[in-house]
Unconditional design. Structure first.
Length: 527
């Protein structure tokens, strides 16, 4: 039996040369003192491998169209066996890849591993980091929820700041006048076709040059003979990879990242926030408002990238010892501290809205949907069509908008359903349908239900409540802390009675006394 296996192995070696490849990969001599710091490259490869495997599995279910992208991601999360674990693994492994790449870069800088003859490999490593960040950027849009959509809008607006060709770059990223179907198609193609090809080529070149020049080893040469990569360093690499794999499995077991409501290009109240590894840039932009935005978006990051790219030539020291490279390491450490500080400040900033928190507009929409005067006139168990089930809605936003305004346009034969000309209520229904896909409406008493519908129709046009509304009037979010219900009621009936120069129109002849009282009481409870 052993002779037969040996014969087969010899035959394979004669045809493929696998033993030579094995010796080349596993029997590389490493400088004495090579230790745990040199496992970061292998950790990065491990994370990339997980991303490839989980990414292929997710692609089997993903539909890259605005009408179905969100539903396909939701289907993976809720209906596919271990789908939530799969999405969680892909999500957390993305963070692992970014962290491993950043730590690998820091190790290379502090160990001086970019010096002659490894300058080209340093540049390839920087290109690899850029591709990894591009993976995170393009993958962020794919769920096609509110968070993804509006973060992408911000990204494209930043790209538009590019001197001389900003509009061309923005058009290339969007594929048209607006962020829509072509945008999603292009970003998906970049994520699953273009970037994997670049990644494969850069990783191959990086490993080839690593083998050609050898590992740099400790900063100060240590006495002792060199050791082979296998089993000594290989054991460290496997240990780190297993530990990282266990941690990823624990995080993924807790579930996939929460989906926000489906992307709504008409929404005006959503505050976009990027993934954590872009929070530093997100925070930096806050310090350069208006015409100075280009400084935070392009100039500062561009100078940092140029410094890193030119580092092998800026550092004139002939030694890799940090004591001989104090100025270079000081500048790099200051920049690193700045990135960490900005990222931390960005993370501590106001958190994004939780999926289960409803706005006044969405609450009004849910109430209208359940009203016999609107959706449930037809959408009920014994009605013309099935009850509304937002989690199964797959129609595009424009279809829903047309159906809500005039049901007969989409459903010929529908009778006795009044055409709605009130944009506030139509928009509220659309917003509620999107929110109901990820959370159930909050319980409300009858008085609040009546008041919320009226507030959405008459107040949000000019006033902000929570995170929605107009800006012509004062913010009413916490108006109950300043004004009592009686004063609010008098102001609604005739603003001039309480403030001579008031711009607000009188509603005493538009609303009944009961309606005005319900609005005033509801607003008076907001503290």
């Amino acid at each position: 039996m052993n002779r037969r296996l040996a014969s087969i192995a010899a035959w394979l070696d004669d045809r493929t040369g696998w033993r030579t490849l094995r010796r080349h990969l596993l029997e590389e001599p490493l400088p004495a003192g090579t230790g745990w710091w040199f496992t970061l490259g292998s950790l990065l490869l491990f994370g990339l491998g997980i991303q490839v495997v989980t990414g292929i599995a997710l692609a089997l279910y993903y539909a890259p169209t605005p009408d179905h992208a969100w539903d396909s991601v939701r289907y993976v999360t809720t209906d596919v066996r271990a789908g939530a674990f799969l999405r969680g693994l892909h999500h957390w492994a993305a963070s692992l890849v970014v962290i491993a790449a950043a730590l690998h870069l820091v190790r290379v800088v502090f160990f001086g591993s970019y010096q002659k003859p490894r300058e080209m490999n340093w540049l390839i490593g920087l290109a690899l980091l850029a591709v990894i960040l591009a993976f995170g950027l393009t993958g962020y849009l794919l769920p096609w929820d509110q968070r993804a959509y509006w973060a992408t809008v911000v990204t494209i607006n930043i790209a538009r700041l590019t001197p001389a060709m900003g509009d061309a770059v923005a058009w290339l990223m969007k594929g048209g006048a607006e962020v829509g179907a072509l945008t999603l198609t292009r970003w998906y193609a970049a994520h699953v076709v273009v970037l994997p090809v670049l990644l494969t080529a850069l990783v191959a070149a990086h490993l080839y040059l690593l083998r050609r020049h050898g590992i740099s080893g400790p900063v100060r040469a240590r006495p002792g003979p060199s050791k082979l990569f296998f089993p000594y360093q290989a054991a460290r690499d496997v240990t780190v990879a297993v530990a990282a794999g266990v941690l990823l499995a624990i995080l993924a077991w807790r579930g996939a990242p929460a989906l926000d409501a489906p992307a709504d290009p008409t929404s005006s109240d959503y505050t976009p926030r990027p993934e954590w590894y872009f929070l530093g840039l997100f925070q930096l932009l806050k310090y350069f408002p208006g015409r100075w935005e280009v400084v935070g978006a392009l100039v500062v990051p561009g100078l940092a990238a140029a410094f890193l790219a030119l580092l092998p030539w800026i550092d004139r020291s002939r030694s890799r010892d940090p004591r001989t490279r104090r100025i270079v390491l000081g500048v790099f450490t200051a920049g690193l501290a700045g990135v960490v500080t900005l990222t931390t400040l960005g993370a501590l900033d106001q958190p994004r809205r939780r999926p289960d928190v409803w706005t006044v507009q969405e609450e009004a929409g849910a109430i209208l949907i359940a009203s016999s005067d609107r959706c449930t006139r037809c959408h009920r168990a014994d009605g013309m069509t099935a009850p509304v089930d937002p989690r199964r809605v797959s129609r595009p936003q424009d279809w829903l908008a047309a159906h809500i305004v005039d049901p007969e346009v989409i459903g010929p034969g529908v009778r006795d359903v009044p055409v709605s000309s009130n944009d506030a209520e139509n928009n509220a229904i659309r917003a509620a349908l999107a929110r109901m896909r990820v959370a159930d409406p909050p319980p409300l008493d009858e008085a609040s239900r009546k008041a919320i519908v009226l507030v959405n129709r008459y107040c949000l046009t000019c006033h902000v409540i929570g995170s929605v509304g107009g800006t012509d009037g004062p913010d009413l979010t916490h108006v109950g802390e300043k004004l009592d219900p009686g004063f609010i009621e008098r102001r609604i009936i005739n603003p001039a009675d309480v403030q001579i120069d008031a711009d607000m129109p009188a509603f005493g002849d538009k609303l009944t006394p009961e309606e005005i009282h319900s609005i005033a009481m509801w607003l008076g409870m907001r503290r």
